[in-house]
Design a protein around this ligand. Sequence first.
Ligand SMILES: *[C@@H]1O[C@H](CO)[C@@H](O)[C@H](O)[C@H]1NC(C)=O
Ligand SMILES: *[C@@H]1O[C@H](CO)[C@@H](O)[C@H](O)[C@H]1NC(C)=O
Ligand SMILES: *[C@@H]1O[C@H](CO)[C@@H](O)[C@H](O)[C@H]1NC(C)=O
Length: 490
Amino acid sequence: MILFVAALMLLFEPRVSSTSSSLETQIFQYIDDHQNEFIENLKDWVAVKSDSVQPAFRKEVTRMMELTADRLRALGTSVMLVNQLPDGQSLPAVLAELGKDPHKPTVCFYGHVDVQPAKKEDGWKTDPYTLTEIDGNLYGRGATDNKGPVLAWINAVETFRALKLDMPVNFKFIIEGMEEAGSLGLDEVVKETKHFFSDVDYIVISDNLWLSKKKPALTYGTRGNACFFVEVGCGERDLHSGTFGGIIHEPMTDLIALLDSLVNMSGHILIPGIYDDVATLTEEEKQLYESIEYDLEEHKTIAGVNKFLYDTKEDILLHLWRYPCLSVHGIEGAFYEPGIKTVIPSKVIGKFSIRQVPHMALATVEKQVTQYLEEVFSKRNSSNKLKVSMPMGAMPWVADINNPMYLAARRAIKTVFGEEPDMIRDGSTIPIALPIGAADAGEHSQNEKISRYNYIQGTKLFASFFLEISKLHGQLQEASNTTCALTEEP
Ligand SMILES: *[C@@H]1O[C@H](CO)[C@@H](O)[C@H](O)[C@H]1NC(C)=O
Ligand SMILES: *[C@@H]1O[C@H](CO)[C@@H](O)[C@H](O)[C@H]1NC(C)=O
Ligand SMILES: *[C@@H]1O[C@H](CO)[C@@H](O)[C@H](O)[C@H]1NC(C)=O
């Protein structure tokens, strides 16, 4: 047993060389030479309005899934389409595979090609669905979340194919079109196709951002998300405040009190017990935070705000990554248009979510939130009806940063970018995550972009990662074989 650990430790000693091999040079040269072609491909993808949030665009999402399947077929993969939606609705998820060599590791890439809604009127400087290059930045909806990274991975595989190089790993792909709508149906797809994933050694996701504009990063954890609806209703129909104002308990007033009871001005969640299961911060973990490059002022500028709740880098990152937070998102049923309308809405639904962290269990969070809101509501003696529900919940995760996949990724980053990555976690929720979008990429907001630099270097990073994971995987297997032999000796 001890021998096994020792053998692994040896392998984990980073043997990072900052110069790339001649094979890598050849690959990187190809990628540089074909960058305009890669950008054209991204342009074609961005042009598809694959907005999964608004059902009216479902056809476009379907078309995007077909384009993705075509692109993957052109790589030589065998493609399988699996319907992702329930109840007679149809939208395929794309599963694809390339290579089945038992001596090579199998790497599965997860990505999504649907996008958040975008309209020029929302404040875009360019048409969101026409990829536009300005000062080295490629603006367009989906450029960084997540069409750009998906294509970068495909470009990297394409490079090996075009150069007639032996593929260093076996590839699997799972690409979906419902991520922005909460990955509806993805669980079922994965369950139905379990056999497809049975020989996967490593899973890679590239759907998040670096922490700074320039320094690459590697993500080893994300927060989860528990989404809540708080519904308060009085009667059947909306009322006029001239006729009923002053003689009834108004649902909106109750709802605002409920929402206001959730979190205080310091960002502290006021729901009793909610922090009980949060993992305690270890000394080793604390040190990881100290070395991270993070420019507070730059982050304020990106957010467009003038103050954060915390003043130090460590406090900010801890509260983004390893402590829970609660955000209020909206109120359905309330009057929100410009102008005045003296209405008393009969039913309003407040929407908020808690980004939960290890080891908070969803069921516990649901119970704590429901009990607390019911208690706050009952103290108001309101004659209205309250209903609390949790329509969606996703678990947080944290990975072991000494896993071979992370070491391979660190080496690849060192080769392509010439420096060690920041080891980061991500405050938002996704299912190893190799981000290639910089911190100011604007995923979900207006003027989303990926820079030409990040897109092309990202493609190289993935190509280099294939080579590194293949080497490490081979070394690991050898080491475990040697160890078995050693431990079998009397
Ligand atoms: C918020 O609650 C926390 C925990 O009770 C407390 O330490 C903090 O002072 C509170 N902040 C405000 C502004 O009340
Ligand atoms: C609600 O009713 C209880 C008992 O009748 C009373 O003690 C309490 O003050 C009331 N609360 C409010 C906010 O009116
Ligand atoms: C390790 O052992 C397995 C099973 O005995 C074998 O299939 C594999 O080829 C060996 N790997 C190496 C790198 O020697």
